[in-house]
Ligand binder design. Structure first.
Ligand code: SF4
Length: 284
């Protein structure tokens, strides 16, 4: 891991407070080189790097290129440079530039898509539409860049999960149906409201009603029932009541069966108190 940027270029998503009060900053190239030299002293044969920061891929093509080529000066065996990105960060880059970045080793973008439903995206202020998702991911497919997507259950609020799931599956089915590589993972999170977010304040003022826990699982079942992707579904972060993973569509029936089993055997109260106990989205 190496710090490429800090903070988020956007900072406007209503459910997020991760980088509040922190300005976006690119690590100056001399600091970046010092860190690479240190990594080299411990791991001279490192093959994979992860650039930290909310969205290092927001850097311009030129800045990404400079840093990716600098990695080669220190870690000659490094084959893959992964990082977080937003759909917004792909937009200014052409397919040709993306292809070149891929050739320089940039591969494995973790994208917090959260939803593919226009109403939900606009409500939480993600700054892009379902059409943007389809268009920008198609560019990554064309350039051969591997990516991982996040979907967040409960984000649309009580009574809206089914609409969110159906429209998201429709969006995702357009990106690369049964494409062998992408999205490499579909990560599932579930909305957890923290006091310093706008959505929490809206909930306090009765302007947003969080979805029930069982409703969220039903939302996920609908998403999976309608999805035509070849990917790995990973609902194993702390925001999920019970961890669950599986290959899709191969294990579709098993995954949906497990979700139904959780709905049938766990009480809403038990699931609610689990969510209320979460103080952060860290691993523990
Ligand atoms: S969810 Fe991601 S893009 Fe949105 S404010 Fe938080 S870090 Fe920034």
């Amino acid at each position: 891991m190496i710090q490429a940027t800090s903070g988020c270029t956007y900072n406007k998503c209503k459910f997020c407070s991760l980088y509040h009060g922190e300005c976006f900053r690119m690590t100056p190239i001399n600091e970046f080189e010092e860190d690479l030299a240190e990594i080299k002293s411990h791991q001279p044969h490192a093959r994979r790097l992860f650039w930290t920061g909310a969205n290092p891929f927001a850097m311009s093509y030129e800045n990404l290129k400079e840093r990716a080529l600098t990695v080669r000066d220190y870690l000659i065996k490094c084959q893959s440079i992964a990082m977080f990105s937003s759909i917004r960060d792909i937009k200014p880059k052409s397919v040709e530039q993306l292809r070149k970045l891929r050739a320089m080793g940039i591969n494995g973008l973790s994208i917090g898509m959260e939803s593919g439903d226009d109403e939900t995206l606009a409500f939480v202020n993600k700054g892009y539409t379902a059409t943007d998702i389809v268009e920008q991911l198609a560019k990554l497919d064309e350039a051969g860049i591997e990516y991982y997507l996040v979907y967040m259950t409960g984000l649309a609020g009580k009574g809206n999960g089914q609409r969110n799931a159906l429209n998201t599956s429709e969006t995702l089915n357009q990106i690369s149906p049964y494409f062998v590589e992408n999205p490499y993972f579909l990560n599932i999170d579930s909305l957890t409201l923290f006091p310093d977010t706008e959505l929490y304040k809206m909930a306090q003022h009765g302007e947003f009603t969080p979805a029930d826990e069982k409703e969220r699982l039903e939302e996920l079942i609908t998403l999976l029932q309608n999805l035509r992707l070849r990917t790995r579904v990973q609902a194993d972060t702390i925001s999920n009541f019970k961890p669950l993973t599986g290959f899709f569509p191969k294990e579709k029936k098993e995954i949906i069966g497990k979700l139904q089993h959780i709905i049938n055997t766990s009480s809403e109260k038990e699931m609610r108190s689990y969510r209320d106990s979460l103080k952060s989205l860290g691993a523990d």
